[in-house]
Design a protein around this ligand. Structure first.
Ligand code: AMP
Length: 185
């Protein structure tokens, strides 16, 4: 399921580059201009729905915070559950956590231990989970999130990103197939 050239240009034109945010040298990919453009947002969600409707997914897991926006909308369209992967300290029930390295220091993401049902099983088999976020850079955040899904007994069947910074080779760090809608070389 690939984007038509017209869909690709609608989406590319809707994402804004903000140079030197949050610090000098970083070009921040701002997806708020995609979200407030109903034509672009619908184009994206139609594409994701047509790609994933045949995957027989049990859940979508979205990464804190922009992964929630796309993940929750897609879960609703596919008629399946949504699970938030959150930054440390936000989830109220028993959690499983995973640390990952940042440029300076470490960060940590968490998931509820029963997020995908008892032992992550659906009718006796590992629940099939799609992981989603807005952007993959080094892949550290998504790697930790995919590990969490597998740690609680479910299966991360694919990791999906709206944008991939291909020059950082983040996809090589993820122990699951990776799909990106748009690529920045
Ligand atoms: P990483 O763990 O290096 O793959 O970083 C991915 C996370 O950082 C995602 O949650 C992104 O939303 C965010 N991020 C990293 N780089 C950028 C960027 N250039 N523009 C927007 N978000 C970014």
């Amino acid at each position: 399921m690939t984007l038509t050239p017209e869909e690709k240009s609608i989406l590319e034109a809707s994402i804004r580059d903000i140079p030197d945010f949050p610090k000098p040298g970083i070009v921040f990919k701002d997806i708020t201009t995609l979200l407030n453009n109903p034509h672009a947002y619908k184009t994206l969600m139609d594409h994701l729905t047509s790609r994933y409707k045949s995957y027989e997914l049990d859940y979508i897991a979205g990464i804190d915070a922009r992964g929630f926006i796309f993940g929750a909308a897609l879960a609703d369209r596919l008629g399946i559950g949504f699970v938030p992967v959150r930054k440390k300290g936000k989830l109220p029930y028993t959690t499983v956590s995973e640390k990952y390295a940042l440029e300076y220091g470490v960060d940590e993401v968490e998931i509820h231990i029963d997020a995908f049902g008892d032992n992550g099983k659906c009718n006796g088999s590992p629940a099939k989970v799609l992981l989603i976020d807005d952007l993959i850079a080094t892949g550290g955040t998504a790697k930790a999130a995919a590990n969490l899904i597998n740690k609680v007994g479910a299966e991360c069947v694919e990791a999906c990103f709206i944008l991939e910074l291909t020059f950082l080779h983040g996809r090589e760090n993820i122990d699951a197939p990776v799909y990106s809608v748009l690529q920045v070389d």
